[in-house]
Design a protein around this ligand. Structure first.
Ligand code: ADP
Ligand code: MG
Length: 252
């Protein structure tokens, strides 16, 4: 049996609304990410996808239930689980190189090793030679490559991607998605499992081994859909179009 990387049992989370009343966003979410898989988490806007991902990244606590990474409870960000954000979340006053090295600094990696690893990761992400640039000097697609390099440079087991392509224009987003899948499918990155959050059905069908859908009211994982078409997938193939239609049917 494949090992579980992330394990969530009965996770709940409420926020206070403007009038102070609590509103339950997640209500008994069960989910396991196992080694070797890409899972896409789909759901409508406001269904709690980002909240769920932030809980898995240890950025915010759950109110109830258990969240663990390789059997250890997640209560704060842990080495081994890295996240990529929709808005890139780069530090604008730091260079590309410094942004990528940040995660390694937090782990206490020595300066020369930090530089080497950041260089290698920037190269892998197609950003060789851009280490000295500031984020504002780069296009959106390149900025997100920096965001991904920063996440991957720590060699995380688990990569969490929150709408990582949706701030980019369609072609740029597709190009980046294709590159990530190529790195993953060829074993060029050490990551053992990827969770992509999206509201884009096509993106989910193109990437995932398994799709799960988060429904709101209550915020639960409603259905699961296994995709056994090998990657790379052709978005125009009849097989993929059928999958997209089927998943669309599950979401509505
Ligand atoms: P999604 O990523 O699926 O669009 P979110 O997880 O961002 O959904 O948000 C789910 C719900 O929780 C939304 O109604 C949102 O307004 C609310 N919410 C998220 N974060 C907070 C917060 N920090 N305080 C109050 N409400 C929040
Ligand atoms: Mg979101």
């Amino acid at each position: 049996m494949k090992k579980s990387l992330l394990d969530l049992q009965g996770v709940s989370k409420s926020f206070r609304t403007a009038d102070g009343a609590p509103r339950r966003v997640l209500d008994g979410v069960n989910f396991t990410l196992v080694e070797g898989e890409i899972v896409a988490l789909l759901g409508k806007s406001g269904s709690g996808k980002s909240t769920l991902l932030r809980i898995m990244a240890g950025l915010i606590p759950a109110d109830g239930g258990s969240v663990s990474y390789r059997g250890r409870s997640i209560v704060e960000p842990v080495d081994g689980v890295a996240m990529v954000f929709q808005s890139f979340a780069l530090f604008p006053w730091l260079t590309v190189q410094q942004n990528v090295e940040l995660g390694l600094e937090a782990q206490g990696v020595a300066a020369d090793e930090r530089q080497q690893r950041a260089d290698a990761m920037l190269e892998l992400m197609g950003l060789g030679g851009f280490g000295g640039a500031l984020p504002r000097e780069l296009s959106g697609g390149m900025r997100q490559r920096v965001g991904i390099a920063r996440a991957l440079v720590t060699n995380p087991d688990v990569l969490l991607m929150d709408e990582a392509f949706s701030a980019l224009d369609v072609l740029t987003g597709e190009g980046l998605r294709t590159d990530i899948l190529e790195l993953w499918d060829s074993g060029s990155i050490p990551t053992r499992g990827i969770l992509v959050v999206s509201h884009n059905i096509e993106e989910a069908v193109m990437m995932a081994d398994r799709i799960i859908i988060l429904s709101s009211d209550p915020g639960r994982i409603r259905s699961e859909y296994v995709i056994d078409v090998p990657r790379p997938r052709n978005v125009d193939s009849a097989q993929v179009r059928t999958l997209i239609d089927e998943v669309y049917g599950l979401m509505t």
